[in-house]
Design a binder for this molecule. Structure first.
Ligand SMILES: [Zn+2]
Length: 424
C-alpha cells in the first residue's frame, strides 16, 4: 500500500516545503556533508535549517534538498497574503500525535500564536491578491492548487473577469503526503491517482528530477486525495490485514463473496491493472470469477491456510469457451485454456514484479510456457517466471505447481515496500 509516512493535516502544514522549492534558497546535500557544515556555509543556524525543513534529527542524506534560508513567502512584500492561518512554529513534518490532537487544542495553539483576534476567522484559508498579468491557471499552478478548487472556494468568481487587486480565497494548503513508490507504479499513474501532474512531482522531488524515482523510493506530494492506509501484517498463513480495501467491480471479473474480497490497496489495484491490461489487448471480453482474497481484517478464513493478510487471490482461468456469465471454477484441460488471454493477465504481474508466487497446475504451465516462448519471451525471463519444464516439485519460478490448481490459479502478491510488518 501507499503509506503516508507523514500526512500533515490542515493547519499543521507550514508553507515552507510547498514554496521553498520556488522561493527559498535550497542546497543539495553532498556526500560527507553535515548539518553544521551546511549551516555554517549558509550563514544560518542548525536550528533554523531544521525548522525550515521540518527535520526532527540531525540526520541528512546525500542528494536530499534542504532549504537554507527564509522563504520569500515570509517577506513582507510578497504578493501572497499569508495571514497566519496555520500552526505557527510547527514544523512541516509534525508528528502524527500532533495531527490526532483534538481540533480544539490545535485551534487553541493557533490562537496563542495569532495576536490579533480579528485574524482568527481567516486562519483556515489563504488569500491571494491578483496582480497584473495573472491568469487563474497561473495562480493555481503557483499555489499548488487547481482552477476547479479555486472556483469551488470562490463561487462568485468569474474566471474571465479577474483584475489586479482582486482577492481570491485559496483555501487551506493541501496536506503533504510522503509515499513509497511501489512496484509497477509509474509517475504518470501516481500523478493521476493523486490529482497532480508529473511536473509537480518533479518540482517537489529531486529524485524525480534526477530520474532516480523507482520502486522503494519515497516521494513527497501535496494532495487532498486520501492515501490508503492498508497494511499486510505477518505471513500470509498467520497474519492479518489492516484497513483492507474491497476489490472494486470490473467488467472483466465477477466477485463471488464480497466480504472475502478484501486486500491491501496494492493487491486490489494490481488486480484491476492486470484486467485492464487484458482489456487493452483484446477486442472482445471474457469474464472470469474471483473467489476469496481476504476477510476485511484478514486472519484465518474457512477453506484456506493462507489468504490471511490481503495478498492472496483465487482467480478462475480463461477458458476457450466461457458462458456470458463468466468462466467458472472448473477443472480444465490444457487444450481448453485461452492461453493468450491467460498469459496477458499473468505477464502484467510478472513483468512488474508484483507476484511473489502464482500456483498453476503443471500441465497448464506447459501450455503457457510454450506460448510465451513462441511470443519471444527470452529464456532467462521464463526461467525466473515459470517452473516448467524443470519438474513440478522443483522450487523454482514464480509460477509453480500446487495441487488442486487445475480449476483456478492462486496469486500471492509481494509485500508492499511500505508494509514493513509484512513477511514472506
Ligand atoms: Zn487460494
Amino acid at each position: 500500500m501507499l503509506r503516508p509516512t507523514a500526512i500533515a493535516l490542515w493547519c499543521a502544514v507550514v508553507l515552507a516545503p510547498i514554496h521553498a522549492v520556488a522561493d527559498a534558497p535550497v542546497v543539495v546535500v553532498q556526500p560527507g556533508d553535515a548539518l553544521s557544515l551546511i549551516a555554517e556555509r549558509a550563514g544560518v543556524s542548525v536550528a533554523q535549517i531544521k525548522e525550515w525543513n521540518g527535520l526532527k534529527s540531525d540526520l541528512i542524506r546525500a542528494g536530499q534538498e534542504l532549504v537554507v534560508g527564509p522563504t520569500a513567502a515570509s517577506s513582507p512584500n510578497d504578493e501572497i497574503d499569508w495571514t497566519p492561518p496555520f500552526d505557527y512554529g510547527t514544523s512541516p513534518s509534525t508528528t502524527l500525535e500532533k495531527h490526532s490532537a483534538p481540533i480544539a487544542a490545535r485551534e487553541a495553539s493557533v490562537a496563542v500564536a495569532t495576536t490579533q483576534e480579528s485574524k482568527k476567522d481567516r486562519r483556515k484559508s489563504r488569500t491571494y491578491r491578483v496582480k497584473s498579468g495573472d491568469t487563474l491557471t497561473g495562480i493555481a499552478l503557483k499555489l499548488d492548487t487547481s482552477v476547479a478548487e479555486i472556483l469551488e472556494m470562490n463561487p462568485d468568481l468569474n474566471p474571465d473577469r479577474i483584475y489586479p487587486g482582486d482577492t481570491i480565497d485559496i483555501g487551506e494548503p493541501r496536506p503533504e503526503v510522503t509515499l513509497t513508490l511501489e512496484r509497477g507504479d509509474t509517475l504518470l499513474a501516481v500523478a493521476e491517482r493523486y490529482g497532480v501532474n508529473r511536473r509537480d512531482l518533479a518540482r517537489w522531488n529531486s529524485s524525480v528530477r534526477q530520474g532516480r524515482a523507482r520502486p522503494g523510493i519515497d516521494i513527497r506530494l501535496y494532495t487532498r486525495i486520501p492515501v490508503s492506509p492498508s497494511e499486510a501484517i505477518g505471513p500470509t498463513n498467520h497474519g492479518r490485514l489492516e484497513n483492507g480495501v474491497l476489490l472494486p467491480r470490473h467488467p472483466g471479473y465477477v466477485i463471488r463473496t464480497k466480504n472475502r474480497a478484501y486486500g491491501t490497496e496494492e493487491t486490489t489495484r494490481w488486480i484491476v491493472d492486470a484486467f485492464n491490461a487484458v482489456d487493452a489487448k483484446f477486442k472482445t471480453r471474457k469474464v472470469v470469477r474471483i473467489h476469496d482474497i481476504s476477510d476485511r481484517n484478514g486472519g484465518k478464513i474457512r477453506d484456506h491456510k493462507s489468504h490471511q493478510n490481503g495478498r492472496d487471490a483465487d482467480i478462475g482461468y480463461y477458458h476457450d469457451e466461457c458462458p456470458r456469465s463468466g468462466c467458472g471454477f472448473e477443472r480444465l484441460r490444457a487444450s481448453e485454456l485461452d492461453v493468450a488471454r491467460q498469459w496477458a493477465l499473468l505477464q502484467h504481474w510478472l513483468k512488474n514484479d508484483q507476484a511473489e508466487m502464482i500456483f498453476i497446475d503443471y500441465r497448464l504451465q506447459a501450455k503457457l510456457y510454450r506460448y510465451a516462448k513462441r511470443k519471444g519471451v527470452p529464456e532467462t525471463q521464463l526461467n525466473r517466471w515459470i517452473q516448467y519444464p524443470r519438474g513440478k516439485y522443483e522450487p523454482v519460478g514464480v509460477i509453480r505447481h500446487f495441487r488442486n490448481h487445475d480449476d483456478h490459479l492462486h496469486v500471492r502478491f509481494v509485500c508492499p515496500y511500505s508494509d514493513v510488518r509484512c513477511r514472506r
